[in-house]
Design a protein around this ligand. Structure first.
Ligand SMILES: NC(=O)c1ccc[n+]([C@@H]2O[C@H](COP(=O)([O-])OP(=O)(O)OC[C@H]3O[C@@H](n4cnc5c(N)ncnc54)[C@H](O)[C@@H]3O)[C@@H](O)[C@H]2O)c1
Length: 422
């Protein structure tokens, strides 16, 4: 049970940049959740936390002070990726439940340490890949289980972006200097370098602090895939690409492709996933989707819609049918139309035949739902399924794509031991 009285849950956020702030905002919309403290390494963000959430919020540069507080039940971890594992482990050992932003870890081995700590301490750990709580992915899971697309043969997943922010060129504040930024603490667990505002505020561009496209974005796509198929993970990955457009100081790729082979399980047959993340797209629209290609149809899941197209696999009437005697033609058509009835004209008549589109209510927020699931788990002690094991099952193969990319080789993964095998 939470430390706080009357079923209230008191939280603190560690890392209140873009996503940590968004998470904190969501959390405070859940009845009974109260923000007590925040930690961050840039003073500007600590000051902003007080401006937004009240002067009585405690602030610190040292996250361990937060973990030592008896009035904090759970923490949100919104730091750059390199701190996820250490803070998650320290937090669980300090008796806190944890909502950790994706990817759960920066390195595969850390995933095992986080998972072990979760098992040992019995704390709730939920990874912040919010599409696990999205109604469109839940609906896709239901349809997949019902066999709506038949046998799964191929999955394609993509994320395309065209803007500077989309390509991680985040704003650097004018007071980015060593007095206002605790750089020493930032690099304490990675390679020591002199203060560099770009590395601090645009950390995703550097392997020391981030995980490149693989940990940042493949993870979302793999999460969606695993939610829908119930998959335990792949057995082989190959990734390629390069830094094509953002020829700045980054040491990570901006265009990446990966082929990921999934073995047969009780939930699905053997299939291949083709992944693409392109931060150098033209145009202005962010593209995101996971397309499940089956023997009977295709299901495409986007941020807010799911489209299901069914394909009759039998020969459609046409071409040779005119060569049959008239009575045979009529019988053929009768049988065919009985098996594949044409949709009746209605308000949806603009849609192509045999296409269904599912859209959740306009106010559905996967992010808010994901937080709701976290606080429900804290109260019930019944974890939401995106726990440390799930986090490792998605982050592990995603990070293995980085190994494949940098080592120029096919890498093998064991979905039982959740370890790289070659
Ligand atoms: N779920 C999603 O859709 C989603 C979207 C964006 C970001 N994220 C994830 O959220 C995390 C944060 O990303 P962001 O865009 O908010 O980055 P950001 O740079 O805006 O914020 C990160 C903050 O963490 C702070 N920080 C770093 N190390 C710290 C430490 N040891 N103690 C206290 N504070 C520390 C930094 O000072 C910074 O303010 C990343 O892991 C990212 O992958 C998830």
């Amino acid at each position: 049970m939470p430390f706080a009285k009357n079923d209230h849950i008191q939280i603190a956020t560690i890392g209140v940049g873009g996503m940590g702030s968004g998470d904190t905002q969501m959390a405070q919309q859940i009845p009974g959740v109260k923000l007590m403290a925040v930690a961050d390494l840039y003073d500007g963000r600590l000051e902003r936390a007080k401006e937004k959430w009240g002067a009585d919020i405690a602030t610190t540069r040292d996250y361990r002070e937060i973990l030592a507080r008896k009035d904090v039940d759970a923490v949100i971890i919104g730091t750059s990726d390199h701190y996820h594992a250490q803070i998650s482990i320290d937090a669980m050992n300090a008796g806190k439940d944890v909502y950790c932003e994706k990817p759960m870890v920066q390195k595969i081995e850390q995933g095992h340490a986080v998972w072990e700590t979760q098992k040992k301490t019995g704390r709730i750990l939920q990874v912040g890949s919010q599409y696990a709580s999205s109604m469109v992915f839940q609906k896709a899971r239901e349809l997949f289980k019902q066999g709506a697309i038949g046998q799964l043969n191929l999955v394609e997943a993509w994320l395309d972006r065209s803007t500077a922010i989309g390509a991680w060129q985040y704003s650097i504040p004018p007071d980015a200097n060593p007095e206002r930024v605790d750089w020493d603490r930032y690099v304490a667990i990675t390679k020591k370098r002199p203060f560099d505002a770009k590395r601090f505020f645009r950390w995703r561009n550097y392997q020391d602090y981030g995980t490149g496209v693989a940990g940042d974005l493949y993870v979302h796509l793999l999460t969606g895939l695993h939610v829908v198929t119930g998959s335990m993970g792949p057995r082989r990955v190959y990734s390629t690409g390069g830094t094509r457009f953002w020829l700045d100081e980054r040491d990570v790729a901006d265009v990446t492709l990966a082929l990921v082979d999934y073995p047969k399980t009780e939930q699905h047959p053997e299939f291949t996933l083709a992944l693409r993340v392109n931060l150098a797209s033209g145009g202005s629209i962010e593209g995101f989707g996971v397309r499940f290609v089956g023997s009977e149809g295709v299901m495409t899941v986007g941020y807010t819609t799911l489209t299901l197209q069914r394909h009759p696999r039998e020969t459609e009437p046409g071409y040779t049918i005119g060569t049959f005697p008239k009575a045979v033609q009529e019988q053929f058509l009768k049988d065919y139309n009985a098996k594949y009835p044409k949709g009746k004209p209605n308000a949806d008549a603009m849609r192509p035949d045999r296409e269904d589109v599912f859209s959740p209510p306009r106010d559905h927020s996967p992010h808010l739902e994901h937080h709701r699931n976290f606080y429900n788990a804290i109260r019930s002690r019944n974890p939401f399924f995106e726990d440390a094991e799930f986090g490792l099952r998605t982050a592990g193969p995603a990070l293995l794509c980085n190994h494949s990319y940098y080592e120029h080789k096919i890498c093998e993964w064991d979905p039982k031991s959740l370890k790289r095998t070659a």
